[in-house]
Write a protein that binds this ligand. Sequence first.
Ligand code: KG4
Ligand code: ZN
Length: 341
Amino acid sequence: MRVLGIETSCDETGVAVYDSEQGLLGHELYSQIKLHAEYGGVVPELASRDHIRKLIPLIDQILGKTDSKKRIDALAYTCGPGLIGALLVGGCVGRSLAYAWGVPAIGVHHMEGHLLAPLLENNPPRFPFVALLVSGGHTQLVEVTAIGQYQLLGESLDDAAGEAFDKAAKMMDLDYPGGPQIARFAEKGVPGRFKFPRPMTNRPGLDFSFSGLKTFTLNTVTEHAQANGLPDDQTCADIAHAFQEAVVDTLVIKCRRALQQCNMDTLIIAGGVSANDRLRVKLEQALAKINSRVFYARHEFCTDNGAMIAFAGCQRLLAGETSPLAVDVFPRWPLDTLGAL
Ligand code: KG4
Ligand code: ZN
């Protein structure tokens, strides 16, 4: 089965063609980062309009590149969670193309797309596993026994990890999106100059809270500004380093705890923050000590992309699922309400 996947839930227009026999044939991504940068975050209305502009040319391009014109067996589009206008663009285009071509279509859960992205790599993880979903809108630990069998183990009670990266970056006047910027600055940071807390690690459970780290960052920046003026590049690097270590350590502690609680030895990390190299290294080191392994997707499939939607959609289509002709999108949509295959 050859599936055209469409992702438009936020600020990336992603398309891909996945073939259940041949694997991923190709993908294209258009990022709106430049469009939103001057506002310091995603402007929903601008995002929708830009998806409208970019989506059909991108689809044309990927169909040409993968020699898939007139050879698509089904469409998969992200139908939630995400920005409603942005979701509607991908939903309407995907559903209409499927109708015109006389093939089935399926709406895909964006976080299921992220969760399954590591399965696109060579030597994919085997079920069951624990998944850490860390994106701009979600921080969740999920017990995964099979595709569609998701049990929420814990989640952030306030800000998502990616959101905390973005807000901390903004406080230091770094560009949007903040995650990659903090990671870049952190490389040059002097360890130990600033010490940040590891929130909620001293009490049992698998929930997270990142809003305190945000306040801690703001106080650190403000105190420095009052005493020495606006932080220079080295001070930003030192703060970025301390901030990143705090987020990474917190995530590592909870992942290890989740594996032990579920009696499992396989972790997958997915979503934008799973592109963070420091997180990958620290997880590898920590999990090696408990004979466990961490799996993740290549960098470009950690952040939003069409490949993960084509892949996740294909799995559900192969199991016989389809979505009706009326397009429905779900800005909020808990992952654990999805059905098993
Ligand atoms: O999964 P994603 O592309 O979109 C959502 O579904 O939210 O995740 C975007 C988030 C942003 O908050 C971004 O700052 C963060 O992922 N991010 C990173 C890195 N790359 C992206 N955070 C930390 N380190 C990175 N290298
Ligand atoms: Zn995402």
